[in-house]
Every structure is written in C-alpha cells, then in structure tokens.
Write a protein that binds this ligand. Structure first.
Ligand SMILES: C[S@@+](CC[C@H](N)C(=O)[O-])C[C@H]1O[C@@H](n2cnc3c(N)ncnc32)[C@H](O)[C@@H]1O
Ligand code: SF4
Length: 527
C-alpha cells in the first residue's frame, strides 16, 4: 500500500515544509518496519501553488491513499485538490491536522463523505488506519480504529481514542533518522517539539490537543537534536513548538543551559530561537540564563536603526537577542479572561516580570487577542494604555491576533452564549461579539494597524516622545494619526482606508509600505 502525505506550507514562511507529515511518516515507517508493502512519501508545496499542478504531481504517484495535514492556511486549497482528484484518481483520502474536527467534517461538501478523518494527534491513529485499510483490502474482518471518524450513510461514526503515545521518544526523530531531507533545513530554519499538551487549556486554543497531561521527549533526545541541528547542520533559526516551553521550569532551564554550552563551546550564534511561555511560569534564574544567549550585553536596536518603509522587526530589531520570548496576555479584561478559562492578570507579577526582562535585556513578543468575549472597544484600548509604557526603550514586539474560532476548540461550542459571529471559512475570524459591535471591531482593527506601524518599528521612540510632550493618551495619539491619514489626499487609495477591516497580515506588512516612515515622523514631531 502506497500513501503520500501532502504538506501545503504557508506562502510567507522561510521553511519550505511542514513538520507534521514527516513526524507521521517517522512513526508509521517505524510501525511497519518489517512490512515492505507499506510505503510513505511526503510532497511539499507552497499553499499558493495552482491546484492543477499539485493534482498532476499526486496523480503521477499513483498511490492508494493521499493524506492531508489541514491547517487554517491550506484547508480551502485541500478541498479544491480533493474535489479535482475525485474525478481523476481512485484513491482514499485521509484528512488530519488542526482544521479537522467532528464539527468541521460535517460542514464539508458531501463529496467528502468517503474520506477518513483523523481527529487530534495523528501518529498512532494513522498507523492503525493503514492496518485497517490493508486488512480490509485483503477481505479480513476489520474495524475502523479509534480516533478516526468516517461517514456511514448520513451518520458520522467515531470512537474516542484511549490509547495515546505517552513516551514521545517512541516517535523517531525526523532529523536524526534522516526522515526529513536535510536540504530542507541545513543552514535554514528548523522546528522542534520538546513536549505535547498544555495544562492551561484556554478555550479558544487547540495547542493543548485536549491532552489530559503534558508528555515530554527525554532531555537526551532534545539535546541530541539540538546538537545535530545547531552544530552539524548550522541552522540559523529554531522554532520550538511547545505550548508552554517552561511548563517544567527545571527542565526548561536545562535546555537553555545546553544551548548556552553549544554557543560557548562552538562559538555559534543562532539568529533566533522562538519559544512560548507564560510570564508566571518563569523566574529570575530562567531570565538570566536566557539573557546569556545574547550576542552582546546591552542591545537596543530600536534606538539605533533608522525607520524604513518595510517591516524591520525580524531583520533588524531582534538582532543579537537569539531568544525570542513569546508570551500571551490576551486581554487585560478580567471577565474576558474568565470566559476563556485564563487566570486574571496579576498586575504586580506582570510588572515585576516586565522590569526583570528589561533589566536583563531580553526581548519579548507579547500576544493579545482582539475580540474575546466580554471585551469592549473601551476595555481593549484601556488594556493597551496600561501596557504600552512597558515598550519604552525596549525592542519588544507587540503581537495582536484577531480572535479565531478554531475547529475543535471549546469556544466553538460557546459562540451562541457569547453572541460571537465569525467566519465559518478559515481563518475563522470573529466579526462581532455581544459586547463588540462589528463597526467598532473594524475601527479597532484599523487603529491597531496604525499602532503596529509605529510601535513595532524604530518609530516607537517618537511615539513615546509625543506622549511625554502632549500628556495625551496613546489612544488619542493613534486616533489623531489615523484621522490625519484619513483626511490626507495621498492615502485615499490605501488598503487601510479602502478595506473594511485591517487584518494581521496588513498590520505586520502592507501598512509599512503604504504609509512611509517620513510621513509618520513629521506627524509625530508636530502632534
Ligand atoms: C499557542 S499560544 C502560546 C502562548 C502561551 N502559551 C500563552 O498562552 O501565553 C500562541 C498564541 O496564539 C494565539 N492564539 C491561540 N489561539 C488563538 C485563537 N483562537 N485566536 C487568536 N489567537 C490565538 C494567542 O495569542 C497565543 O498567545
Ligand atoms: S493559549 Fe497558551 S496557555 Fe492557553 S491553552 Fe493555548 S498554549 Fe496553553
């Protein structure tokens, strides 16, 4: 039996592959190592590739099954591919990945009723599904495995899986075992998972994979992979996929210490390592260790580089820090945090953490979400008003996402309660909630775009100077800049004014080209 796994990676990323299919291949290859009749191959495409081109390549492989890792950025393309293939190729289609849930499979067009749907973590279920298909082909009696959903006439059949991979080391390393072609990451970016699950389980999120506990790879395995990737393969960037890297702080410190050893013994400076944690998960020792990964003792790029007309965060503002410490605040509004299952912000602990980060000169990437239940236009901007002063004289990144109602998240079942209106089509953006009207959301999205343009660039010092000079709120300054743009003839055709909403991609990229730094400088200096 021949299976091909289709990876459609997002257009904007540096990496030209997705990790998921290779991890599946590693596990399934190992499960069938004595069965030469099962073969798996992975094909990578940019998600923007023409459907016809992808279909031709799939058809050429003439496989029995085609598996798809479905994400927000590729689900529509995958549906298009499967629709095209259904008329041309007699094969079994297997869907898996974060976009696939019992809810979403019921929303797909009827032509998808012959597919199999792997719900949640995929490795074991895919291996079991292949065994099932093999037995079925040989006319042996067989039952669709637990954790795999399918249609039987008009009914979805599914049995929850009880058998999880608890020892993650049982999944062979895609790097150390050569599963992933090393030309895809040598000298480039690599992804690493050191654990699975999250103890917090915020209801909008699916990173926790609904696992009841956190499972870890052994430290030995993590160290071997780090040595291989950094020393041998000379990657320049590493993205750690863990939901909360510091979920076990002692273990996280050991990993950072190992990275410091690699840096010092081999004189290698990675350009960036991303990891995520919560501010209350870490302590001063962790921050001190992270600080040792930097290239210089004191870095403040935002004050040293001129503002240009393109995004400068990743290329220049983060230079020298190595570790990009991402953490979520999500909202400062107590009721919103309670509604999504997060603890309220401990203001003192947060202030101590932010001050410590500044003292040790580490850089933070801080997530907020626009549109959480009970958030209002006013609470959203009040939260920013409180938080923005912490960005002064730092290179921290402000990162705001629109709330997305993700398939399989607990929030998906609570949308009626919170009056959440959202797009059923990926990326499932929220349009309005009971407390945040659609028009307010559109306006908040445009003001956020202007805020990003200024705060996430070397322009930030001029914003702080304007605030000190005028004594005005950040909100008033941003609103006044927006009004200036809106009344200026030369910006009439910008997407900021022409589009209904400004989305994250616009905040992070396009606005940098549409509205020049020189113009912002003039406005900020004369405000
Ligand atoms: C996977 S989380 C890890 C962050 C860290 N564990 C925390 O909660 O602070 C990464 C970020 O994705 C964003 N995120 C996750 N689910 C989201 C959703 N449904 N809509 C919008 N943003 C979301 C959140 O802002 C979150 O901070
Ligand atoms: S947002 Fe962060 S803390 Fe909450 S469930 Fe997701 S990964 Fe865990």
């Amino acid at each position: 039996m021949k299976l091909i796994l289709i990876n459609l990676y997002p257009k904007e990323t540096i990496a030209r592959y997705l990790l998921s299919s290779y991890v599946l291949k590693a596990y399934v290859d190992k499960s069938f190592e004595r069965d030469k009749n099962i073969s798996i191959q992975v094909l990578n495409f940019n998600a923007e590739t023409e459907t016809s081109e992808i279909c031709e390549k799939i058809i050429k492989h003439n496989s029995d099954c085609v598996g798809y890792s479905c994400y927000i950025w590729n689900i529509e393309k995958i549906l298009d591919i499967v629709k095209t293939l259904k008329n041309r190729l007699n094969c079994i289609h297997i869907f898996g990945g974060p976009e696939i849930s019992l809810h979403t499979m019921q929303r797909l067009p009827d032509s998808n009723r012959t597919n199999y749907y792997v719900i949640g973590e995929g490795e074991k279920k895919l291996a079991n599904l292949l065994t099932y298909l093999k037995n079925k082909n040989a006319d042996f009696e067989a039952e669709v495995p637990q954790g795999v959903a399918y249609w039987n006439k008009d009914e979805v059949c599914y049995k929850k899986d009880t058998d999880k991979i608890t020892n993650l080391d049982k999944i062979p390393s895609i790097y150390l075992n050569g599963i992933l072609d090393n030309c895809l990451y040598t000298g480039g970016q690599a992804f690493l998972e050191t654990q699975r699950g999250c103890k917090y389980k915020c209801n909008y999120c699916i990173y926790h994979k609904h696992l009841s506990t956190i499972y870890y790879y052994s430290l030995q395995r993590v160290f071997e992979e780090l040595d291989y990737l950094i020393i041998k393969k000379r990657i320049f960037a590493l993205r750690i996929f863990d939901a909360v890297f510091a979920s076990n702080l002692t273990r996280a410190k050991k990993i950072v210490e190992h990275l410091i050893k690699i840096k010092e013994n081999n004189r290698i400076l990675l350009s960036c390592i991303y990891w995520e944690f919560n501010y209350y998960d870490v302590d001063e020792e962790f921050i001190r260790l992270v600080s040792s990964l930097k290239s210089r003792k004191k870095i403040l790029n935002a004050n040293e580089i001129p503002p240009l007309n393109r995004p400068q965060l990743y290329s220049e503002m983060l230079k020298g820090y190595t570790a990009i410490n991402c953490f979520g605040i999500q909202s400062f509004h107590k009721e919103s945090l309670r509604a999504v299952g997060r603890a309220s912000i401990d203001i003192k602990a947060l202030k101590d953490f932010m001050n410590m980060a500044k003292e040790y000169n580490i850089v933070l990437k801080i997530d907020l979400i626009l549109g959480l239940p009970f958030e209002t236009f006013d609470t959203y901007f009040e939260g920013l008003e409180f938080f923005l002063p912490f960005f002064k004289d730092t290179d921290h990144i402000l990162n705001i996402h629109y709330l997305q109602v993700l398939p399989g998240s607990d929030l998906e079942n609570k949308c009626k309660t919170y009056g959440i209106r959202y797009s059923l089509e990926a990326p499932h953006i929220v349009f309005s909630t009971q407390s945040f009207q659609e028009a307010e959301m559109k306006y908040a999205s445009k003001l956020s775009a202007v805020l990003f343009r200024v705060i996430n660039s070397p322009l930030r010092k001029y914003l702080f100077a304007a605030k000190e000079k005028t004594g005005k709120r950040f909100y008033d300054l941003i609103q006044s800049i927006f009004d200036n743009i809106a009344t200026s003839q030369k910006f009439k055709q910008t997407r900021l004014l022409q589009s209904e909403y400004a989305y994250d991609v616009y905040w992070n990229n396009d606005i940098f080209q549409e509205i020049p730094s020189e113009w912002f400088l003039d406005v900020l200096k004369t405000i």
